[in-house]
Design a protein around this ligand. Structure first.
Ligand code: AMP
Ligand code: MG
Length: 317
C-alpha cells in the first residue's frame, strides 16, 4: 500500500500467520519488529492494542497524526509475537495517505506494514520499486504515485523514561521538542553501534540502504566537495549531490535537490540510490555529509548507513 512515507507491505496485524508471510516475502530478519497502522486514533482502544495510552502519546497524535510519526508504547496481549518480534512494546502509526487509510478501514483491522522492499535494499517510494523487489512474491500493489515524504517515519518510544527518537523521519526532533519538551535522540541515530551493543530499534543494527557502489561521505565546504570529486574522477565515480553542484561537476551527477531543501533531499534519496544501483558502471559515489538539522537528520541517518559510516573529513587532511 502507498503511504506518505514509503510503500508498505501490509497484512492483518492481529493475525500472526498473515504477518509471518511479510517476513518471508521481504527476507526480513525475524527479530526486526513491524509498525502497526491504524486509520483513526480510536482504534488503539477499540482493538486494545496497548496496555495504556500515555498522555504524551495523545499530545503527539493530536499534533502529528495522520502523518509520518510512529509511537512506541507497551503492547497488550492481542499483538502477535511476530509483530513485536518478542519485545513487550508495539509501534503504532496513523498514515496520512488516503489510500492507506481506506485500505485499513476496508480491512476492518489494523495492518502491520514494514517498507515493501527486499530486506537490505532502499525503501520503495514508487509502485515500480515495489514490483522490482517483490514482483511474484506478493498479491498486488495499490499504485498511489510517488510517496510525498520519501523516507520512513520518525520512530519515538514512550515506553521507558524520557521520550526517545529511535529513527528520524519526516517529523523532526525540533517539532517534537515543541510539543513534549525534553526528548532524547538514541545514539544509534547518528553514530555506529558499538560491536555487541543492543539496538533499541532492532532495524538500526542492520546494514540498510546500501547500494552496490561504495558510498563515501565528504565532510567539507561546497567548493571543496566539487574540487575533491573532480580530482578523484578517474574510476567510475558518480556524485550524489545538490542541484547547485551540477554545472561544476565533471562526473555523473545524481541530484537530491537544492542544498538548503532538506525535505526535497529526503523525498529523492531512495529513488536516487536505486538509480545509482541500476548503473552497473558506477563503483564509487561521493556525497556530502549532510546537516542533521530538521528533516536533514533523516537524510543524515540514511546516508551514513548507505556509506557504512565511511566519512572523509577534508578539514583534517
Ligand atoms: P520499517 O517498517 O521497515 O520502516 O521498519 C520499522 C522500524 O521500526 C524498524 O527499524 C524497527 O526496528 C522499528 N520498530 C518497530 N517496532 C518497534 C518496537 N516495538 N520497538 C523498537 N523499534 C521498533
Ligand atoms: Mg524497512
Amino acid at each position: 500500500m502507498p503511504t506518505e512515507t514509503v510503500y508498505g507491505l501490509a497484512a492483518d496485524a492481529l493475525n500472526g500467520k498473515a504477518v509471518a508471510k511479510i517476513f518471508k516475502a521481504k527476507g526480513r530478519p525475524a527479530d526486526n519488529p513491524l509498525i502497526v497502522h491504524i486509520s483513526d486514533f480510536s482504534e488503539i482502544e477499540k482493538y486494545r492494542l496497548v496496555r495504556e495510552i500515555p498522555v504524551s502519546a495523545r499530545l503527539l497524535a493530536d499534533k502529528f497524526w495522520p502523518g509520518p510519526l510512529t509511537i512506541i508504547m507497551k503492547k497488550s496481549g492481542v499483538i502477535p509475537d511476530e509483530v513485536s518480534a518478542g519485545l513487550d512494546t508495539v509501534a503504532i502509526r496513523l498514515p496520512g495517505h488516503p489510500a492507506a487509510q481506506a485500505l485499513i478501514k476496508a480491512a476492518q483491522t489494523p495492518l502491520a506494514a514494514p517498507s515493501a522492499n527486499l530486506s537490505g535494499s532502499p525503501s520503495p517510494t514508487t509502485a515500480g520499486h515495489v514490483i522490482n523487489d517483490l514482483g511474484g512474491k506478493i498479491d498486488a500493489v495499490i499504485d498511489g504515485g510517488a510517496c510525498r515524504v520519501g523516507v520512513e517515519s520518525t520512530v519515538i518510544t514512550l515506553a521507558a523514561g524520557t521520550p526517545r527518537i529511535l529513527r528520524p523521519g519526516g517529523v523532526t526532533l525540533e517539532q517534537i521538542q515543541a510539543v513534549l519538551g525534553d526528548v532524547d535522540v538514541d545514539d544509534a541515530v547518528l553514530h555506529k553501534l558499538k560491536d555487541g551493543a543492543a539496538a533499541a530499534s532492532p532495524g538500526m543494527k542492520y546494514k540498510h540502504y546500501a547500494p552496490k557502489a561504495n558510498v563515501i561521505l565528504l565532510k567539507c565546504s561546497d567548493d571543496e566537495y566539487i574540487d575533491y570529486v573532480n580530482k578523484n574522477s578517474e574510476n567510475e565515480v558518480a556524485a550524489l549531490c545538490c542541484d547547485e553542484d551540477i554545472p561544476f561537476l565533471k562526473v555523473k551527477a545524481f541530484s537530491l535537490g537544492r542544498r538548503s531543501d532538506y525535505p526535497a533531499q529526503a523525498h529523492r534519496l531512495f529513488d536516487e540510490l536505486r538509480r545509482i544501483d541500476d548503473d552497473e558502471s558506477i563503483c564509487t559515489v561521493y556525497s556530502r555529509l549532510p546537516s542533521s538539522a530538521g528533516v536533514g537528520m533523516a537524510v543524515y541517518n540514511r546516508l551514513i548507513r548507505a556509506a557504512g559510516f565511511e566519512v572523509i573529513d577534508l578539514e583534517k587532511i
